[in-house]
Design a protein around this ligand. Structure first.
Ligand code: 13P
Length: 254
């Protein structure tokens, strides 16, 4: 059982996987698998090309849709980008921002994550803001400093009522796709630190802020992670690509 007083939240980040047909099949199986579950928020994040079809398939059901990125301008001459209003139009309720793969592989910087979060909020989307340290930073004892800098930069200039709509995902880079999960204690330390950081802005918002863990979360480690007081859910990569493992994980963690 989760020990957090907040409603568990699980988002499957499908990354760069899936045709429209495959995404529809996976989304349908997830929806059917959680149909009787009332105790968690469940979200899937397909690729851009499948967002609208998946959102239509899931309409009026218990599973919501997230995008994996957005641009920070609403429109204009930005070839290849997708804006937050376009994502809302396609049926998204959430958008994942500042994922470490975007930071590491596509040069996304903290200032861009902040602008994207503001664009998402303007469009009525809830940002899922990702933070996390590399292995080198952890080994150098820089974990909390790195996370603090990312959280502060991402949330700069966001009002407290808007902050209440955000989620934060702590994803240690060394745990993503590696099979190496943070221990529950390691996750709890950083989650509690993030909550305290947000509490310095607004204690009430911090108390209800959902902080997700991400990095090799699976059906067999979700319980121990969710038993920590400040772990409120998961942002799940690999284990979300099969409906049965994702559904089992959500049920184990709810
Ligand atoms: P894995 O669950 O595959 O480690 O990926 C985590 C992640 O990056 C979710 O956003």
């Amino acid at each position: 059982m989760p020990s957090s007083p907040r409603r568990p939240f699980f988002c499957g980040n499908w990354k760069l996987n899936g045709t429209i047909a495959e995404s529809l099949a996976l989304a349908t199986d997830v929806r059917n698998g959680v149909a009787t579950l009332r105790s968690a928020d469940v979200v899937v994040a397909p690729s851009f090309t499948a967002l609208h079809a998946v959102a239509q398939r899931l309409e009026d059901g218990p599973v919501a849709v997230a995008a994996q990125n957005c641009h920070f301008e609403d429109k204009g001459a930005f070839t290849g980008e997708v804006s937050a209003p376009q994502l809302a139009d396609a049926g998204c309720k959430y958008v994942i921002l500042g994922h470490s793969e975007r930071r590491q592989l596509f040069g996304e910087v903290d200032a861009a994550v902040n602008l994207k979060a503001k664009a998402a909020l303007r469009a009525g989307l809830a940002p899922i803001i990702c933070v996390g340290e590399t292995l080198a930073e952890r080994d150098a004892g820089e974990t909390l400093g790195r996370v603090q800098a990312q959280v502060d930069a991402a949330l700069a200039g966001i009002s407290n009522p808007e902050l209440a709509k955000c989620l934060i995902a702590y994803e240690p880079v060394w745990a993503i796709g590696t099979g190496r999960t943070a221990t529950p204690g390691q996750a709890q330390e950083v989650h509690a630190f993030i909550r305290a950081r947000v509490a310095a802005k607004d204690a009430g918002v911090a108390a209800s802020l959902r902080i997700l863990y991400g990095g090799s979360m699976k059906p067999d480690n979700v319980r121990a992670l969710m038993a920590e007081a400040d772990v409120d859910g998961g942002l799940v990569g690999g284990a979300s690509l099969q409906a049965d493992s994702f559904v089992r994980m959500v049920k184990e963690g709810s």
